[in-house]
Design a protein around this ligand. Structure first.
Ligand code: CA
Length: 231
């Protein structure tokens, strides 16, 4: 079963960005704008992980976190607190709110995704499937290795993330912009042609001899991993 993640964030653009990226990872996402609304909702249903902004209308993230730690149902709920850069985040840490992790804004989306994944792996290992399969390619997120027809693929870190991203949604066409957001993150400025360069490297690494090219170039649209190839 997919892990359920609640995001409490009053900045609409950030809430949308988080929802989009978490959903792309396969999580079930619920976003809430106010601290007091989140508290009510958490009485009804406890998610597998909570991403909580510090400054919220209604009830602050810090206070909500403190209250959640007092309740048996949410005492062990994994919580990541989002804080603004600078003194504030130092202060938040000093408050010992009981949060499991802190992320300072602005943050890189891939880094936050990695922290979410790491935390769920610790607390709820079944919710993360380590092994992805598409055609004759296998990718193990835990050992960070990929194989095709049993031979290990030599991939650079970006190529690995790119392959992982494509393998999560076989058959789906991603624009260069979507690939940039998903693989490089929104905060980093990378030219769209960079995507082409890395797709080229990825192809080189995974195709040997007469093996089929599993990556489809869709003119004017982007790239997709074919869902039926090899094997
Ligand atoms: Ca806020």
């Amino acid at each position: 079963m997919n892990a359920r993640i609640m995001v409490v964030e009053d900045e609409e653009a950030l809430a949308i960005l988080l929802r989009y990226n978490l959903a792309a990872e396969g999580y079930e996402v619920e976003t809430i704008e106010r601290g007091d609304d989140a508290e009510m909702r958490l009485y009804e249903q406890v998610p597998d992980l909570l991403i909580l902004d510090w400054m919220l209308p209604g009830l602050s993230g810090i206070e909500l976190c403190r209250r959640l730690r007092l309740r048996a149902e949410t005492r062990r709920l994994p919580i990541i607190i989002l804080t603004a850069r600078g003194e504030e985040s130092e202060r938040v840490r000093g408050l010992s709110t009981g949060a499991d992790d802190y992320v300072t804004k602005p943050f890189s989306v891939p880094e936050l995704m990695a922290r979410v994944k790491a935390m769920l792996r610790r607390t709820n290992p079944e919710s993360i499937s380590a092994l992805l399969k598409a055609g004759d390619i296998e990718l193990d997120r835990q050992s960070h290795r990929a194989h095709r027809n049993g031979r290990e693929l030599k991939l650079g870190p970006t190529e690995f993330r790119l392959l992982e991203f494509l393998m999560r949604s076989p058959g789906r066409v991603f624009s260069r912009e979507q690939l940039l957001d998903g693989v490089w993150g929104r905060d980093i400025y990378v030219d769209e042609r960079t995507v082409d360069v890395h797709v080229g490297r990825l192809r080189k690494a995974i195709i040997r001899g007469r093996e089929r090219d599993p990556i489809r170039t869709v003119r004017g649209a982007g790239y997709a991993l074919d869902d039926k190839f090899g094997g």
